[in-house]
Design a protein around this ligand. Structure first.
Ligand code: 9MG
Length: 259
């Protein structure tokens, strides 16, 4: 899954004008590099990020989805917490909902149930503005798994088919370095719950904290973490550096799946 963030400073034409064409070009190049899904988001969920108003989020993502759906063949995922954005994005051509808030916003469960597309339920403790302040768990692996199971139950009750549900432990979302390491070390326990598991580890701050590396120098460790996740059964890896990540994953799968 290639990451396409549509934020104010991305894909400008050199001035103040945001160009959907440049975003499409970036998406096409990720597909050429091996992306099987493009994940489009108009609201940053990085630690400390402020929420984006609905009309601004729609203004950022909808023109790009409209432009993309006729120019790439892989599914488009919409990274959003808002039910209105989910509806508009799917109407524009998105085929997957990636919700870091696990459909907990008012109306999100109902919106997703009415749209009949797969949904990724991600675990997050708190919200992006404050989530890294002091995350606390009894047992992070069990707590995250139990939270996701409870959200699965809510989805099933709302009418979302079991086959349409993916789970994500939410690396970096309200977790200390130790919590992230434990979640990855025991990812097989989440996989064993029987849903496809999506992971996002690319360039995350746990790498910066452990290795003291700035965000633009985290490729090798990001790939190492992606491989560890796939080795334990992760089905989808969300990544910025698609070619290198995809090549590493293919090698990992070849070894994992040999007789
Ligand atoms: C939007 N976004 C940022 N990080 C993410 C992660 O780890 N997983 C998912 N599903 N989405 C993410």
């Amino acid at each position: 899954m290639g990451v396409l963030n549509i934020t104010p400073d991305s894909f400008s034409d050199g001035g103040d004008f945001f160009s959907p064409d440049l975003a499409v070009e970036r998406a096409r190049s990720m597909v050429e590099d091996g992306a099987d899904i493009i994940d489009i988001g108009g609201e940053s969920t990085r630690p400390g990020a402020a929420a984006v108003p609905l009309d601004e989020e729609l203004r950022r993502v909808i023109p790009v989805i409209e432009a993309l759906q006729s120019s790439i063949t892989v599914p488009i995922s919409i990274d959003t917490r808002k039910p209105e954005v989910m509806r508009a994005a799917v109407a524009a051509g998105a085929g997957l909902i990636n919700d870091v808030n696990a459909l907990q916003a008012g109306g999100a469960l109902e919106a997703a149930a009415g749209l009949d597309v797969p949904v990724c339920l991600m675990h997050m403790q708190g919200d992006p503005e404050t989530m890294q302040d002091a995350p606390v768990y009894r047992d992070v692996v069990t707590d995250v798994g139990d939270f996701l199971e409870a959200r699965v139950d809510a989805c099933l009750e709302a009418g979302i088919a079991r086959e349409r549900i993916l789970l994500d432990p939410g690396f970096g979302f309200g977790k200390s370095v130790e919590h992230n390491l434990q979640l990855l070390r025991h990812l097989d326990r989440l996989v064993a719950r029987g849903f496809p598991v999506l992971v996002g580890l690319s360039r995350k701050s746990l790498i910066g904290k452990l290795l003291d590396l700035p965000v633009d120098q985290r490729l090798a460790p990001s790939i190492a973490l992606a491989v560890l996740a796939v080795w334990q059964g992760a089905a989808i890896v969300r990544a910025h550096d698609v070619r290198a990540t995809s090549e590493a994953i293919r090698m990992c799968q070849a070894v994992r799946d040999v007789e």
